[in-house]
Write a protein that binds this ligand. Structure first.
Ligand SMILES: [Fe+2]
Ligand SMILES: [Fe+2]
Length: 187
């Protein structure tokens, strides 16, 4: 598998951990308790950072090439680029909601819950489409030169949450994720 696709799949597995975390926080809210808004806020800040700034642009490069090849591949790519924009917009909306919750401003918590739920569902659906249909097609259709060209145009920087170079803003979130990984291994 090309390096770029391996990396994208790895990032999807990482994002899935964050979506699971959001699901657990949604369940806390549904049980009538206060979710950990600091943790949710960190997830959303991360999503605006690496996924929106690095992961999605990387995929857009691949989708641009696929669409230029033939109509069938263009059909397969479908709305994925538009979904990147929609996910980005939802993420910014959620970030603003988190800022207001944490600032103790008057916020309709149910609407924050519903927006978070829509965000998790949209993200999971998007990732499933990419992994199920579009990445396999890209692996078939793109040449080594295509992948080399993509690599050359990519912004190479460390993931601020899942790499070893975890930044201060995401330390608590990373500890939470790693703690759950330890629990899962011990179970
Ligand atoms: Fe994507
Ligand atoms: Fe993706």
């Amino acid at each position: 598998m090309p390096k770029a696709l391996r990396q994208l799949n790895k990032e999807h597995a990482d994002f899935a951990k964050l979506l699971d975390l959001l699901d657990r926080q949604l369940a806390v809210f549904a049980a009538g308790e206060r979710p950990d808004y600091d943790l949710i806020g960190a997830v959303i800040d991360y999503c605006m950072d690496y996924p929106d700034a690095v992961h999605h642009p990387k995929e857009d490069l691949i989708y641009g090439i696929l669409k230029s090849r033939d109509a069938e591949l263009a059909r397969l790519v479908g709305d994925l680029e538009e979904e990147h924009r929609q996910i980005g917009a939802m993420t910014r909306e959620l970030a603003e909601a988190m800022r207001r919750v944490l600032a103790e401003e008057l916020v309709d918590r149910q609407s924050v819950h519903d927006l978070t739920q829509r965000f998790v569902r949209a993200y999971r659906h998007h990732i499933a489409l990419e992994e199920g249909r579009v990445f396999p097609a890209a692996e078939q259709a793109l040449s080594e030169d295509d992948w080399a060209g993509i690599d050359a145009r990519l912004e190479h920087r460390d993931d601020p949450l899942f790499s070893d170079a975890v930044i201060e803003r995401f330390r608590a979130l990373r500890a939470n994720i790693d703690g759950l990984a330890v629990i899962a291994r011990e179970a």
